[in-house]
Design a protein around this ligand. Structure first.
Ligand SMILES: [Zn+2]
Length: 303
């Protein structure tokens, strides 16, 4: 056990080996300490101070002290991106939830078709692919990343189509998970022992969640950028943004995750293109090219 003093806050932190090759040590805060500490306050300044303190104390900046290391658990290790093998594709909406509907197109059908084509492209590249839905059925939002988490998938890609009251708006958009938005019901990643991190405060859970998934969030942004670049190049359509979002479907994924808005069905020209099988096929090919480029950038030899 060691104590760290950060901006007037004193925390007792014990360390143990973390399974991630990047996060060298996992920090566990004693739950009873939190109950009696001012950290249970939700004031942002406290949260920021805690985050800064944990980041400073957490990752091998100090020699290991205290408890002996435990052996890493192989099955709990987060994915090495040079070993990306399994991708979960999520076709948005479905069943009683049609998504957005314009110009005779229903989002749930457009994105399911693109998702199926994307699956075929990725399978052809030698990747294992699962879909959250392969038919017109409804799946609750949090159930979608849960599929990828259960499978220990290496990447999660959600496919949607966009709409805007301003019918002139068009283009591709790509989102990745924003930090500091985990829900209180979110399951801890497998590298964390839930029993040991039995923390009552959602605020503190948020800080720890962000720390544990920090590298994954960076990779999500890189994946989003690669997909955006490939779509812009191959579809000759502008990729308007690659930016963080609070979407439930992204924030609870343990692996790099992106949500791709393939275009605006509220825009006549874009709806017309999305209504054509050839364009949906091209969109799937472009998303696949972005994913494969990202995997190669991470050093994969097998793609
Ligand atoms: Zn949607």
């Amino acid at each position: 056990m060691r104590g760290y003093a950060c901006r007037g806050l004193t925390l007792s932190i014990r360390r143990r080996e973390c399974n991630s090759p990047r996060l060298h040590h996992l920090i566990i805060i004693e739950p009873q300490l939190l109950k009696s500490s001012p950290l249970s306050s939700r004031r942002p300044v406290r949260v920021l101070a805690l985050a800064a303190c944990l980041a400073a104390a957490g990752c091998a900046t100090e020699p290991m002290v205290g408890e002996p290391l435990r052996s890493p658990v192989r099955a709990a290790a987060p994915p090495l991106l040079s070993e990306v093998r399994t991708i979960v594709i999520d076709a948005g909406h479905g069943g009683h939830d049609p998504g957005t509907s314009h110009h005779g197109l229903k989002e749930k059908y457009v994105v399911l078709d693109i998702a199926r084509r994307l699956r075929a492209r990725l399978q052809a590249a030698g990747l294992a692919v699962a879909m959250t839905r392969d038919t017109d059925r409804f799946i609750p939002l949090s159930g979608r990343p849960a599929v990828a988490n259960r499978m220990r998938a290496d990447l999660f890609v959600s496919v949607h189509a966009n709409a805007n009251r301003n019918r002139r708006v068009s283009g591709i958009e790509v989102y990745y998970p924003r930090t500091s938005v985990v829900s209180s019901s979110a399951q801890w990643p497998p590298s964390i022992s839930a029993a040991e991190v039995g923390i009552p405060s959602t605020t503190v859970k948020q800080v720890l969640w962000d720390l544990v998934l920090r590298e994954t969030r960076v990779q999500s942004r890189q994946l989003g950028s690669a997909v955006c670049r490939a779509m812009e190049r191959q579809l000759q359509a502008p990729c308007r943004v690659v930016k963080p979002a609070r979407f439930v479907v992204l924030r609870e994924a343990w692996m790099p995750a992106v949500l791709v808005e393939v275009g605006y069905v509220s825009n006549y020209a874009e709806a017309k293109r999305l209504g054509q099988a050839a364009y949906r096929d091209a969109a799937a090919a472009a998303i696949a090219a972005g994913i494969l480029a990202y995997i190669r950038e991470r050093g994969a030899q097998h793609i």
